[in-house]
Ligand binder design. Structure first.
Ligand code: ZN
Length: 184
C-alpha cells in the first residue's frame, strides 16, 4: 500500500510543501511553510511468521483476510512493526492478534525489500504449539494447509507467496536458510 503524502506539519499543524531542503539533501522533503521543520519519510517494517504444524512441519497456518487491502485473500500472519518492540516481538504479536495461534518463535527466514511501496518485510519461522486458533477481527478464518492445498492464486501478497515457496523448497532440501532478496 502506497503511503499518502504528508499534508500538515507534525510540530505546528501548518501546511507543508515538498521541496529540496537547503542543506544539500538530494530528495524533496515535506517542509513546513511556517516552522520549517523537515519531515523525513522512511520505509516501514512488516513483520510476520511462517507458523507450521505437524511432526515434519508439512502444514502452514494461513489467515483469510477480513480487511483491506486484499480482503478475501490468504496471508501469513503479519503486520506493521510497532515502536518499542523488536522485529521478533512484532511477528509474535501479529500472529497472536491475527490468528489467535500459540507459537514458539524460530529463526528469521525471509528478509525482503519492497522499494515500490517503501517497506521491508521480515518473516520468522515458528512452530505451532496447538492446531486450535482463535482469529481476531482482521481474520475471517485461520486454517492449516499442506503444500498442495495452498490456494496459490489466492495469496494476498507477493512477499507471502515468495516466503511460502521458499519454506516448502527448504523443507524438501531438509535445511532452512535465511533468504534475503528484493521484490522489484
Ligand atoms: Zn510546522
Amino acid at each position: 500500500m502506497q503511503r499518502s503524502p504528508i499534508k500538515f506539519c507534525r510540530e505546528c499543524g501548518q501546511a507543508v510543501i515538498y521541496r529540496l531542503p537547503d542543506d544539500g539533501d538530494t530528495k524533496p522533503r515535506a517542509i513546513c511553510t511556517s516552522c520549517h521543520t523537515v519531515h523525513y519519510e522512511n520505509p516501514l517494517n512488516v513483520v510476520g511468521t511462517v507458523p507450521v504444524w505437524g511432526e515434519t512441519g508439512d502444514q502452514v497456518l494461513l489467515c483469510l483476510r477480513n480487511i483491506e487491502p486484499r480482503k478475501g485473500k490468504w496471508t501469513l500472519p503479519a503486520g506493521f512493526m510497532e515502536l518499542a518492540e523488536t522485529t521478533a516481538e512484532g511477528a509474535l504479536r501479529e500472529t497472536i492478534e491475527e490468528a489467535g495461534a500459540q507459537i514458539e518463535m524460530g529463526e528469521l527466514f525471509t528478509l525482503m525489500s519492497v522499494p515500490r511501496v517503501g517497506q521491508v518485510h521480515l518473516y520468522y519461522r515458528a512452530r505451532l504449539l496447538s492446531p486450535v486458533f482463535d482469529p481476531g477481527f482482521e481474520t475471517v478464518e485461520a486454517r492449516l494447509f499442506t503444500e498442495d492445498q495452498i490456494p496459490w492464486d489466492e495469496i494476498a501478497f507477493r512477499t507471502v507467496r515468495e516466503t511460502l515457496e521458499r519454506y516448502f523448497e527448504d523443507r524438501r532440501q531438509g535445511r532452512f536458510g535465511c533468504h534475503t532478496f528484493d521484490i522489484a
